[in-house]
Design a protein around this ligand. Structure first.
Ligand code: ADP
Ligand code: MG
Length: 654
């Protein structure tokens, strides 16, 4: 016989490691199968039939010996070349069908054609036609769970046929079926053989084996009988060459199609495993949203604090009697005087100086009476505060000297006292308890400290306040503005020395707005670091969630990976699908996280008007990037490892 056999095994062994040693499951198998044969491999359970079958189908490799397909040595083939053999030339039928649960009958049948790069319409109609022929025409859109065992086995036969396999390998195809469905499946296989296909059936059942033209009996990994040696082989005259496959799409459109299909498969599988997809996303959503919100909250409150203190002015010194705010004896100290203020104002590094004497009082306009802070100040006060006039003018030295009843009011006071005056309020009169006062100017309200920005302020010459209201010469404070070219800390030292000398003892204290600023800024820096750490922790927790689900998801799907490889998926096909899934899940999760963070910002501004969330684009990018990298990393690497497994190992993981 000169003709080259389709399949030929020479001295094949298969060992499995067991402990330090190994067990030999196949022992020196020599076997030749020709095109067009129908072969049954029979033997008791555990005799090595499936092992042999997996080697024949290139799902597994021999440990020793040669396996030639159409004269080609398979041990020299790359994993993708083996995948091509499985895809184009072999068709598998498993005892347990190995259909993908999330796909309907047509979807399952067309998988090998997708990996072969056949175009959509063609493979669809072909899948329909084959299912029709196998009596499944009315079940094409049923999922495996909606089909009986016999029907599922027909779907798996259709899947084996979609790429016009030369060889059909059936491992106990009737093992899980009732006898009638089993008969039907065997009838189909017989018919396929009559059409010229090579069929190899593994079975432990003599009645099944009797359907085949040739029976090979195997016991303990050895062939003990082969009817082909008794009877002449009924090999087909067409020889042992594999059929050429035509009608494949071009390389580029093939790749594009495969990517499109991988994308569609990823979407389908995400949809089929909604819970798992959702849980994975949840980790990313929580991670992203919390990082963005925490950073935005922190930045918002930091800005709020900085805004509030910026109204204090940057280089002023406020001198108070006593030893600190809240000093009970401060009221008895009367050494802080107008003269001090005047002398301090003469120092070269002081730009402006003013005494202050304040009192709370009622203010009346017509029959309206409100409470206000009446502040007695010198004319330079407005310079120390950098006050902005909105109307009129400030009072001057002569107002101070003449105890003028002229007032500058702030915009809060203007709004409350003269709500109905749309034009100028200059020249309007209001009443303090003991005197009428004329408005000569309006300034913007100061925002001093937290929450006090609603109070009304009325500024009068301090002489007027002392004489006509408090009746005391004691000052509340002296406010100095340091020249811009002088370091406020230095100025504070010099002022302290100067006053100590005048008073003979340190019976005053100085509030330096500049060092206050620095302290607050340092505090908000610490706040920012705290916030960043909290954000980091959120991201870490979200990442662990994503990692866990991804690891579970991939190990749960190793069987699916095995099925896909068995029907001819390349390693790259598997990776592509998992990568697309991971990227989609992460991007969608990140997007939802950003939206939730934005929604939280809106909700927050509804209930809190004093400050807003300030979103940092950097935090958004980092949050999405980190959780996506985690998701993709933990989705991709286990999938890559799985795609490198022998299909038979992946398939065995149920
Ligand atoms: P059959 O299909 O004839 O029932 P198998 O080929 O499945 O038998 O198994 C033959 C022998 O090989 C059995 O004893 C089984 O325990 C052993 N075997 C199969 N697969 C493995 C494996 N992955 N590792 C170790 N032993 C295995
Ligand atoms: Mg078996």
């Amino acid at each position: 016989m000169t003709e080259q056999p389709l399949i030929s095994l020479k001295g094949v062994f298969r060992h499995y490691p067991s402990g330090d040693d190994y067990t030999t499951v196949l022992k020196h198998i020599d076997l030749t199968i020709h095109r067009g044969e129908m072969v049954a491999i029979i033997g008791a359970s555990g005799s090595g039939k499936s092992t042999l079958m997996n080697i024949l189908g290139c799902l597994d490799r021999p440990s020793e010996g040669q396996y030639l397909i159409s004269g080609r040595e398979t041990s020299e083939l790359e994993p993708d070349e083996l995948a091509e053999l499985r895809r184009e030339h072999f068709g598998f039928i498993f005892q347990r069908y190995h259909l993908l649960a999330e796909l309907d009958a047509v979807g399952n049948v067309e998988i090998p054609a997708i990996y072969a790069g056949q175009n959509r319409e063609k493979r669809r109609s072909k899948a329909q036609a084959i299912l029709q022929r196998l009596g499944m025409g009315d079940r094409t859109h049923h999922r495996p769970s909606q089909l009986s065992g016999g029907q599922q086995q027909r779907v798996s036969i259709a899947r084996a046929l979609i790429n016009d396999a030369d060889v059909i390998l059936a491992d106990e195809p009737t093992g899980a079926l009732d006898s009638r469905s089993g008969e039907e499946v065997l009838d189909i296989l017989g018919e396929l053989n009559r059409e010229g296909r090579t069929i190899i059936i593994v079975t432990h059942d003599r009645n099944v084996a009797a359907r085949a033209g040739r029976i090979i009996e195997i016991r303990d990994g050895e062939i003990i009988a082969d009817t082909a040696t008794d009877v002449a082989s009924q090999a087909d005259a067409s020889g042992g060459a594999l059929t050429r496959k035509q009608g494949k799409a071009g390389l580029f459109s093939g790749l594009r199609d495969r990517f499109g299909e991988a994308f569609a498969m990823a979407l389908r599988s995400m949809n089929a495993h909604r819970m798992r997809t959702f849980l994975t996303m949840l980790g990313i959503i929580i991670g992203t949203a919390s990082v963005i919100c925490v950073v935005a909250l922190g930045e918002g409150s930091r800005q709020h604090i900085l805004d509030q203190i910026s109204d204090l002015g940057t280089n002023t010194l406020e001198i108070y009697p006593g030893h600190g705010f809240g000093d009970l004896k401060a009221a008895q100290i009367t050494t802080l005087t107008v003269d001090d203020a005047r002398e301090l104002g003469k120092l070269p590094y002081i730009m402006a100086a003013t005494p202050t004497a304040s009192t709370a009082s009622t203010v009346r306009v017509g029959d309206k009476e409100v409470g206000a802070q009446v502040r007695g100040v010198g004319q330079q006060y407005f310079l120390t505060r950098n006050s902005k006039l909105t109307e009129g003018r400030f009072f001057d030295q002569s107002s101070v000297d003449s105890l003028a009843q002229d007032a500058v009011i702030d915009t809060n006071a203007r709004k409350t006292l003269f709500p109905n005056v749309s034009g100028s309020v200059i020249g309007k009169i209001f009443l303090l308890p003991k005197m009428p006062v004329r408005v000569i100017g309006v300034i913007k309200s100061e925002e001093r400290g937290m929450g006090s920005d609603q109070s009304l302020s009325v500024f009068l010459p301090y002489t007027t306040v002392q004489t006509r209201m408090t009746g005391s010469q004691t000052l509340e404070s002296i406010i100095l503005r340091v020249r811009d070219n002088t370091d406020p800390a230095q100025a504070e030292k010099m002022v302290t020395a100067f006053l100590k000398q005048r008073h003979g003892e340190p019976d005053f204290f100085i509030f330096n707005t500049d060092s206050f600023h620095k302290t607050v800024e340092a505090t908000t820096q610490a706040l920012a670091i705290l916030i960043a750490s909290i954000a980091g922790i959120s991201l870490f927790v979200g990442g662990i969630g994503v990692m866990n689900i991804m690891l579970v998801a991939v190990s749960e799907r190793i069987n699916e990976i095995g099925v896909r490889m068995a029907v001819g998926a390349r390693q790259s096909d598997i990776l592509q699908q998992f990568l697309i899934e991971a990227v989609l899940v992460c991007l969608l999760g990140g997007l939802v996280g950003v939206l939730i963070a934005g929604g939280f910002g809106l909700l927050f501004s509804e209930f809190n008007t004093s400050f807003h969330l300030i979103y940092s684009p950097m935090s958004i990018v980092i949050a999405i990037a980190c959780s996506s990298l985690i998701g993709i990393g933990f989705g991709f690497f286990p999938a890559r490892n799985a795609s490198k497994l022998d299909p038979v190992v992946a398939l065995a993981r149920d």
